[in-house]
Design a protein around this ligand. Structure first.
Ligand code: NAD
Ligand code: USQ
Length: 383
């Protein structure tokens, strides 16, 4: 089975491409490398020294004997995308290839527009390419738990059954996202749902929580295969940032009270979830939705866990509540379902002392690469 991993040079995509190759899939990587360019523009860099994609791929071939085909280009360019479909003929697409930072999308009008055009047009092009070249191809699309926002009722997996004025229907779950980035994912979901209903395509929308960790079985086999690990105020995410802050003695940056609850998963579960989604494709005409996370934590609790893990390694960790640069509820109800992937056989790696230890030690190993100026958040939602 041939799987094209779009965004395969990124954090989730690189780990997934190698994992699927290791599991016997014929893998192609498509990436425009735009994320490396955005890092350069912002003057930020991953904690880990990542090799150019061509070198990463040839190293993987050297260690595993498996070939991964590389397509460098932008999915918003339809001619390019059609060329890839003709030459690679994928049976499944895993789509990670979007601008994925909420703060990046809130920098100014240009970044909001860039984010929504890149994400919405890219996904729309994929839907047309599937329809034209292989309507049976299964689209596995990365969405986000942030599509739902923080409603005061339980969050279902994509759809909710509602009774209204004596009538009943199962409808897309209401969405209240918290940034122009998160909104782009809602727009994608609507377009994918429409294409499935109208053209009979098959898709799985994976509403993923915040990913943490860096090592997977495959990326750990050689230093040249190392994954990216973002810590800066734009692309860095909560738990990864906290471990890296702890490693250099920077107080942990909890925004506001830290009562914000979010869903999380280990990157080793990200790659496994994708494998499970591909192995049992969605039915033709259906957009399935899986909530892809394993645990819920408040930001304040995460900071406390990192503080505790630091203490066992002899690292003193301070927690600082700073003014929240975002507009979001800080104390709220949050209860989301995640049974679909568990039913398919996911065996979660829950957050453990061992993982925090290894992430902290990883951060300590590369701490000379950290630019302290990039840690505090600079982008404010209200401008
Ligand atoms: P990333 O920035 O590390 O990787 C994304 C990759 O996509 C980059 O290599 C980039 O160059 C590429 N890309 C972007 N636009 C493209 C385009 N138009 N054409 C071709 N390539 C393009 O991001 P990530 O952390 O790996 O996230 C991957 C996906 O998973 C995103 O869609 C994101 O929204 C979703 N997700 C990520 C997280 C997380 O915590 N990292 C959590 C939930 C969902
Ligand atoms: N936060 C802090 N301190 C920090 C960083 C973040 O308190 O130093 C808080 C934020 O205010 C927010 C929460 O932690 O309440 C999560 O923020 P984040 O930056 O870790 O994650 P987010 O912006 O939501 O985005 C990330 C990924 C995105 C993905 C999303 C999944 O960048 O691609 O879609 O996680 S989810 O959060 O479930 O929507």
């Amino acid at each position: 089975m041939k799987v094209l991993v779009i965004g395969g040079d990124g954090y989730c995509g690189w780990a997934t491409a190698l994992h699927l190759a290791n599991k016997g899939y014929e893998v192609g990587v498509l990436d425009s490398l735009i994320r490396r360019h955005w890092d350069n523009e912002l003057g930020v860099a991953t904690l880990t020294p990542i090799a150019p994609i061509q070198q990463r791929i040839s190293k993987w071939q050297a260690v595993s004997g498996q070939k991964i085909e590389l397509f460098v280009g932008d999915i918003t360019n339809y001619e390019f995308l059609q060329g890839v479909f003709r030459s690679f003929t994928p049976d499944a697409l895993v789509h990670f290839g979007e601008q994925r930072s909420a703060p990046f999308s809130m920098i100014d009008r240009e970044h909001a527009v860039l984010t929504q055009v890149n994400n919405v047009v890219g996904t729309l092009n994929l839907l047309y390419a599937i329809k034209e070249h292989n309507p049976d191809c299964h689209l596995v699309k990365l969405g986000t738990m942030g599509e739902y926002g923080t409603p005061n009722i339980d969050i279902e997996e994509g759809y909710i059954t509602i009774e209204h004025n004596g009538r009943k229907d199962t409808l897309p779950y209401p969405k209240q996202p918290g940034s122009f980035y998160h909104l782009s994912k809602v727009h994608d979901s609507h377009n994918i749902h429409f294409a499935c209903r109208t053209w009979g395509l098959r898709a799985t929308d994976l509403n993923q929580g915040v990913v943490y960790g860096v090592l997977t079985e495959e990326t750990g086999t050689d230093e040249m295969l190392i994954n990216r690990l973002d810590y800066d105020g734009v692309f860095g995410t909560a738990l990864n940032r906290f471990c890296i802050q702890a490693a250099i003695g920077h107080p942990l940056t909890v925004y506001g009270t830290g009562g914000q609850t979010r869903s999380f998963l280990d990157i080793r579960d990200t790659v496994r979830c994708i494998e499970l989604a591909i192995a049992t494709p969605a039915e033709a005409g259906k957009m399935r939705v899986f909530n892809q996370f394993t645990e819920l934590f408040s930001i304040r609790d995460l900071a406390m866990l990192v503080q505790k893990a630091g203490a066992t390694l002899g690292v003193k960790v301070e927690v600082q509540n700073i003014d929240n640069p975002r507009v979001e509820a800080e104390e709220h109800y949050f209860n989301a379902k995640n049974t679909n992937l568990l039913d398919l056989g996911l065996q979660p790696h829950f957050l453990s002392d061992a993982l925090l230890d290894s992430l902290l030690n990883f951060a300590i190993k590369y701490r000379d690469r950290i630019d302290q100026q990039q840690i505090m958040p600079k982008v404010k939602w209200r401008g």
